[in-house]
Design a protein around this ligand. Structure first.
Ligand code: NAD
Length: 291
């Protein structure tokens, strides 16, 4: 398939490389990052998009997505699919889908989970919003870049799934970390805490697959000095998107709101920026109730 790929950063670079390695004809563009091996460099986003059957974007946020979409939509051939894999606000996803539709293009919002490791290994999960036909067109590419793709509904549904998932992740990681810090102060051994909780009703992905306590459970960023992994500032971005969406539809999300405030404090006023999001554990462990 002829593919335009715009945004070749930590995620987009390995995703584009995997498509090229699978035999697709990939033209890439990024303002800063060079094209990975196998991807043909284009001189602009519009040039990368011209003649492509699928144009994929992997960009930092909704404002940049809107700007890139405005540039590339006029260059994309009729009948092609514009597929945004970035994590952005639901409204930007819906607005870009409407603009694409008005220009005779099909589109998908298809954010991912799985992080940089999943992008490199081709094991991402895609959650897609858009038409059946757009999903069917892009599915073979999702199968190269990922291990699972779920068609969640109409435009915006992929972003909705992503921010709901990550709101749960932020809340459960915060709860898991504060529970470990409480266990410490109660004199409970961390390994015993893990052995019980990981097989009891407190289990979660945060505890079982990504344990925030070093030396316990499977390998995780905690075992590597809390080097990300999934950086605390990216968790904060997604939590803020969840709260922006909750406000827009008048949804009551008190736990999401608490987790957002906590990660904002950690990233903006403490030493959380550049650390894995599970580094809340040493933060809690070093504090008392009112510190
Ligand atoms: P990144 O900052 O490494 O990459 C973004 C790239 O976009 C950069 O290379 C930047 O130069 C490029 N860019 C910015 N403006 C551009 C423009 N106008 N035209 C062309 N290129 C432009 O970020 P990332 O970690 O690759 O994340 C990309 C998206 O994926 C984000 O929305 C992020 O929230 C989401 N995401 C990231 C992860 C992760 O673990 N890193 C996991 C899931 C989802």
């Amino acid at each position: 398939m002829k593919i335009g790929f715009i945004g070749l950063g930590n995620m987009g670079g390995p995703m584009a490389a995997n498509l090229a390695r699978a035999g697709h004809d990939v033209a890439g563009f990024d303002l800063v990052t060079p094209c990975p091996d196998g991807v043909q460099p284009a001189t602009s986003a519009a040039e990368a998009a011209r003649g492509a059957e699928v144009v994929i974007t992997m960009l930092p946020n909704g404002a940049i997505l809107r700007a890139v979409a405005a540039e590339v939509i006029p260059a994309i051939q009729a009948g092609a699919v514009l597929c945004d894999c970035s994590t952005v606000d639901v409204q930007s996803a819906r607005d870009v889908a409407a603009q694409a539709g008005a220009a005779g293009l099909d589109s998908l919002d298809a954010p991912v989970s799985g992080g940089v490791g999943g992008a490199a290994a081709g094991t991402l999960t895609f959650m897609a919003g858009g038409s059946d036909s757009a999903f069917a067109t892009v599915l073979p590419l999702f199968e190269v870049m990922g291990a699972k793709a779920v068609h969640c509904g109409a435009a915006g549904a992929g972003q909705a799934a992503k921010i709901c998932n990550n709101m749960i992740l932020g809340v459960t990681m915060a709860a898991t970390c504060e529970a470990f810090a409480l266990a410490d102060k109660l004199g409970l051994d961390r390994q015993k805490m893990y052995d019980v909780v990981s097989t009891s009703s407190g289990y979660s992905w945060s505890m079982n697959a990504y344990c925030p306590a070093p030396g316990i459970g499977p390998q995780s960023p905690a075992d590597n000095g809390y080097k990300p992994g999934f950086a605390a500032e990216l968790m904060l971005k997604d939590l803020r998107l969840s709260q922006q969406a909750a406000e827009a539809v008048d949804a009551d999300t008190p736990m999401g709101q608490h987790a957002t405030a906590l990660y904002a404090q950690f990233v903006e006023n403490e030493d959380g920026k550049g650390r894995d999001f599970s580094a809340l554990l040493p933060r809690f462990a070093a504090r008392g109730r009112s510190a």
